[in-house]
Design a protein around this ligand. Structure first.
Ligand SMILES: NC(=O)c1ccc[n+]([C@@H]2O[C@H](COP(=O)([O-])OP(=O)(O)OC[C@H]3O[C@@H](n4cnc5c(N)ncnc54)[C@H](O)[C@@H]3O)[C@@H](O)[C@H]2O)c1
Ligand SMILES: [Zn+2]
Length: 364
């Protein structure tokens, strides 16, 4: 295994600024990395049983190094992002003697990070938390930017807070135990950055897709992750509360979200739905003359590399209805994200229902 240096990406947000550190093996030297935050206070690590079973040595090493840290385990699926579980975590933290100086370490994917951030934002009116993402989606997307939430039966992420972590520590070696389908679907968020901001990420997917999926080139993977983190950090730093530029991160998500909702019980992963959504958004970008024929073909070629489960029957009227209800459509204007050339995401308010219906031919 080659030794790779860590890359440090600053996320500038005045007094809420923090660093995202990307490096293989970070998890094996956490006691050292977390030292600046450790004043002998009580720590908790929020995680899920399957992750704890594999990565218990990471916690054991912190305890051996003198950290007063205890695990709190939440369910292994999306059901953990629920106010009932938040309440159980708050109660366990009281029992463990956590006070306002305590630190919550969120070791897991987006579910653990979103719930952990929400608990940290609210416990005793807010305690520090640190993200230790273990899925690729969490590494390139959800651990960065401070969106924390729990779900309601009426919909996902309906209750939450924008609450920034003190640090994000990204160790890609966690990905070695992640199911392949999860790796592939999470790469959707990375290729998305290629579409909206960085042609070098797009080109990497053109030439090295198989190596990325196989996780067999550490330098390459760390580079794509670090570039992705950098783009997310810049966008969040310019627009923390999603009034403008942060909307670009929704590329592929408007129609993707409709697919996700329609196929809820068919079990389409979020990233898979977004990949289908990016095909539709590329189609509309081409139709509007923002992508020329060659760029559109290149876009579809890259998206077609991803092995995806079949998209079941999709009723155009259902898609339109869900797109119309999307919580990001403020005042009835649909802010649709298109690309004006590969690498240049733009907000477009002129996408019509006819455009959306026609774009479904790209995924038929
Ligand atoms: N906050 C944000 O900005 C943001 C952005 C995108 C998505 N999200 C949220 O992220 C969640 C999805 O996150 P996800 O895709 O990371 O899925 P996840 O957190 O549900 O993790 C997927 C599964 O993999 C397991 N797992 C995690 N790491 C592992 C590892 N290294 N080895 C083996 N198993 C492992 C988990 O226990 C879980 O069962 C959704 O709730 C979504 O709403 C949040
Ligand atoms: Zn997404």
């Amino acid at each position: 295994m080659t030794e790779l240096h860590s890359q440090v990406i600053p996320l500038e947000l005045a007094e809420h600024s923090y660093d995202i550190t990307v490096g293989y093996g970070l998890k094996d030297s956490l006691a050292q990395t977390l030292k600046p935050w450790n004043q002998g206070q009580k720590w908790v690590v929020l995680t899920q049983q399957a992750i704890f079973d594999i990565y218990r040595p990471v916690i054991d090493a912190l305890q051996s190094a003198g950290y007063d840290i205890s695990p709190i385990i939440v369910p292994g699926d999306e059901s953990a992002k629920n106010i009932k579980h938040a309440e159980q975590v708050w109660a366990q933290m009281v029992e463990l003697g956590c006070d306002r100086s305590s630190i919550l370490l969120a070791m897991g994917g987006g579910v653990v990070g979103d719930l952990g951030g929400f608990v940290a934002a609210t416990y005793m009116r807010g305690i520090p938390f640190i993200q230790l993402p273990t899925t690729l989606l969490a590494m390139v997307d959800s651990s960065i930017g401070g969106k924390t939430a729990v779900n309601l039966s009426a919909g996902k992420n309906l209750v939450g807070a924008i609450y920034q972590p003190k640090a994000v520590l990204v160790d890609p070696s966690f990905l070695e135990t992640l199911p392949k389908r999860n790796v592939i679907s999470s790469l959707a968020e990375a290729v998305k950055y290629g579409f909206i901001r960085d042609t070098s990420i797009f080109d990497t997917f053109v030439t090295r897709y198989a190596d990325l999926v196989a996780l067999n080139d550490q330098a390459l993977l760390a580079d794509v992750i670090a570039k992705s983190c950098n783009i997310k950090a810049q966008i969040v730093s310019n627009d923390q509360f999603e009034n403008g530029e942060r909307k670009l991160l929704n590329f592929g998500h408007t129609i993707g979200h409709a697919f996700e909702t329609i196929q809820e019980y068919g079990g389409l992963y979020h990233g898979e739905a977004v990949l289908y959504g990016m095909k539709c958004a590329s189609y509309i970008s081409h139709k509007k003359g923002l992508l020329d024929d060659a760029e559109f073909n290149a876009a579809m070629d890259v998206l077609n590399k991803f092995e995806l489960p079949q998209l079941g029957a999709v009723e155009p009227s259902q898609v339109l209805e869900i797109v119309g209800h999307d919580k990001k459509n403020i005042n009835g204007t649909l802010s649709f994200i298109l690309v004006d050339g590969i690498g240049n995401g733009v907000i477009n308010t002129e996408v019509t229902p006819e455009d959306i219906v026609e774009s479904l031919s790209a995924v038929a």
